[in-house]
Design a protein around this ligand. Structure first.
Ligand SMILES: NC(=O)c1ccc[n+]([C@@H]2O[C@H](COP(=O)([O-])OP(=O)(O)OC[C@H]3O[C@@H](n4cnc5c(N)ncnc54)[C@H](OP(=O)(O)O)[C@@H]3O)[C@@H](O)[C@H]2O)c1
Length: 327
């Protein structure tokens, strides 16, 4: 039996993608085969689809670090045919063919049962970006943050940023959205941001090793000079989470925010998080953290992925992109 996939090939160092038919094989012991109904687009998928080193080693390849679907064949005693399941992260879409194909075959240990009160589209509207936002928000909640000052979210219109804005707002926080997109003010207010800070204004403002604290905490999704500049502006004992590097991999800081204000800088790695932690986050999204994500999601087909990938690489995405394998 064959299935269709968004298939990336390399030729003399150039990468191109097409919709390709692939042969389905039986899962080995310990693996499950899943018919994928939906996936989602994350920044890492765009890197894999364009051959950026450090994500995918060998091509041809099918990206897609997120997938939701139904088990069609199981060589594991954990899952049975017909189970509705979600897979995010680990090696999926990195070096294990991912959710941009209509089938995936993965170790059972990577798989969680989809909560019955989350639809497949809702699950992929969350996806890795949403789990990352949730892991970041959990870290901030553990610090019992003050509600007297806002929590700032950087890269606020992006996948991780937009879910973090909506989640923090739903949890009753005053949210400042830091964005490069002047035109996205209405979008950011509509998903719960109370105030908007333009990236250029933020970066151009004078900085000091110890500035006046104006944020109770921060979900940083971009790194680089923005993260560097945030650290001296956090209320004592506040938490800043760091998950991304689209603005740069280096930060420039003194130790003052840490030793004089007790700020914590917490790293977030949702892709490799233990499966039990992922289950906890999925259950939160299905229950007390249930969000109406429809306003920040667009559904696309495999044929539309090339354009969406170019947009995310330019930092131009607003919200989440869900890939539907259904016609
Ligand atoms: N550690 C983990 O587990 C984990 C998991 C998921 C994602 N990530 C990382 O988190 C980051 C965000 O992922 P995503 O899926 O949300 O990507 P995304 O949808 O592309 O969002 C990134 C956002 O960052 C802002 N941005 C883009 N270029 C920028 C630049 N040069 N300087 C400052 N801001 C810039 C843009 O938002 P505005 O225009 O609103 O500023 C953009 O929409 C990526 O680096 C990704 O690799 C890490």
């Amino acid at each position: 039996m064959s299935y269709s996939a968004y298939y990336v090939e390399e030729s003399n160092g150039d990468f191109s993608a097409s919709i390709h038919e692939l042969e389905l094989t039986k899962p080995e012991s310990g693996f499950v085969q899943i018919e994928v109904s939906h996936s989602s687009l994350n920044y890492k998928d765009a890197l894999s689809a364009t051959g950026v080193k450090g994500v995918t080693r060998e091509y041809p390849f099918v990206p897609g670090i997120d997938a939701v679907g139904v088990v069609t064949d199981s060589a594991s005693n954990i899952f049975a045919k017909g189970d509705e399941v979600i897979v995010t992260g680990y090696d999926l879409g990195m070096n294990t063919p991912g959710g941009f194909g209509e089938f995936i075959t993965v170790p059972a240990e990577w798989v969680v049962l989809k909560p019955s009160n989350l639809s497949a589209v809702e699950a992929m509207s969350i996806g890795t970006a949403g789990l990352t936002a949730a892991a970041s928000v959990l870290k901030i909640l553990e610090s019992n943050p003050s509600k007297d000052l806002p929590i700032v979210v950087t890269g606020a219109t992006g996948g991780v940023g937009s879910v973090a804005v909506m989640l923090l707002s739903t949890l009753g926080f005053d949210v400042s959205a830091l964005t490069g997109k002047e035109a996205s003010r209405d979008f950011l207010h509509s998903i719960g941001a109370n105030s908007i800070i333009l990236r250029t204004d933020f970066l151009e403002a004078p900085s000091k090793p110890m500035a006046r604290p104006i944020f109770a905490g921060a979900v940083d999704t971009v790194g680089g000079s923005i993260l560097s500049k945030l650290l001296p502006q956090i209320l004592p004992h506040g938490v800043v989470t760091s998950c991304g590097n689209v603005a740069g991999i280096e930060i420039n800081t003194t130790v003052f925010p840490f030793i004089l204000r007790g700020i914590s800088l917490c790293g977030i790695d949702s892709a490799e998080a233990p499966i039990e932690f992922k289950k906890t986050l999925w259950n939160k999204f299905a229950n007390e953290w249930k969000l109406d994500l429809t306003s920040l999601v667009r559904e696309v087909s495999k044929e539309q992925l090339n354009e969406e990938i170019l947009t995310i690489l330019k930092g131009g995405q607003e919200g989440r992109v869900v890939l539907s394998h259904r016609e």
